[in-house]
Design a protein around this ligand. Structure first.
Ligand code: ZN
Ligand code: ZN
Length: 275
């Protein structure tokens, strides 16, 4: 069984209000595109920062700009008007774990995807508010990134670690430390194993300047050695991106001897054969 769980029903652009994208017709377009790719297990995980309730967790200017929509309306729409799994992509904001728990716990997710998009208030994957350019070395940014990813796994807030080496997104040498990168992955993998969390294999990195799957092969090998289950996703923001270049991800998983993927329902996880 193939999955695509980390999926957005709309692009990250202005002019994408819920009334245009949270519709049965749009959900149907996603379902049809997934079926064409042989993906039976499909869920959505909208960005938490697009919901006004997220401002109870964090008041970053980027969030204040985007936090417009009603979180319960989104949950109600997915549950009542679609046959999709209900997820959310929730940032890890260090020090705000209790507030995030208060937001997540009352709602009936099938899974919660945990993402590190920021180091303190500096962004990893946008030019605006960027962590790069403040004079910090690649070594320091990478170390801080993987320590934060480790902390996110240990927080117990999440079922899946999203794009677990997002820090590599830009792909250029100035923003990538030299040599064997496994020294950065180590604390994160240790935390994943302790937390018993699933790790996302995401083809989204293939659409980004780095042109690599998240996580890097050496990192994925460490994740597998540690016994962590994998969740396969495309991070699609359009129906056409569902299952994006899955053939490449499946080839990698096959080479590494992965035969099962994590499947989620009401935050219970089981493993299903890839088939
Ligand atoms: Zn993300
Ligand atoms: Zn995403």
């Amino acid at each position: 069984m193939l999955t695509d769980y980390h999926v957005h029903l709309r692009p990250d652009d202005p002019g994408t209000p819920p009334e245009r994208f949270f519709t049965p017709a749009n959900a149907e377009r996603y379902r049809t595109a997934a079926e064409e790719q042989g993906i039976a297990e499909l869920g959505v995980a909208e960005h938490i920062h697009r919901f006004s309730a997220a401002l109870d967790v964090w008041q970053h200017p980027f969030w204040r700009e985007w936090a417009l929509d009603d979180l319960d309306a989104y949950c109600g729409f997915v549950r009542e008007e679609t046959d999709l799994r209900l997820g959310i992509e929730a940032d890890f904001v260090p020090g705000r774990e209790d507030r995030m728990a208060n937001l997540l716990e009352p709602r009936e997710w099938d899974y919660v995807v945990g993402s590190v998009h920021f180091l303190r208030d500096r962004a990893l994957d946008t030019e605006e508010h960027s962590v790069w350019g403040a004079g910090e070395s690649a070594d320091r940014v990478w170390r801080r990134y993987f320590e934060t990813v480790a902390e996110s796994a240990r927080s117990g807030l999440y079922d899946i670690v999203a794009h677990p080496d997002l820090v590599k997104v830009w792909g250029d040498r100035a923003r990538r430390p030299e040599g064997d990168l496994r020294r950065y992955y180590e604390p994160a993998v240790e935390a994943f194993a302790e937390a018993g969390i699933a790790v996302e294999v995401s083809t989204a990195g293939l659409r980004k300047p780095v042109e690599e799957i998240y996580p890097a092969r050496a990192y994925l090998e460490m994740v597998l050695d540690a016994g962590c289950p994998l969740a396969l996703s495309s991070d699609a923001h359009l129906p056409a991106q569902l299952g994006f270049r899955y053939e490449q991800a499946l080839e990698l998983l096959d080479e590494l001897g992965v035969r099962e993927l994590a499947v989620f329902e009401r935050r219970e996880r089981r493993l299903e054969p890839i088939g």
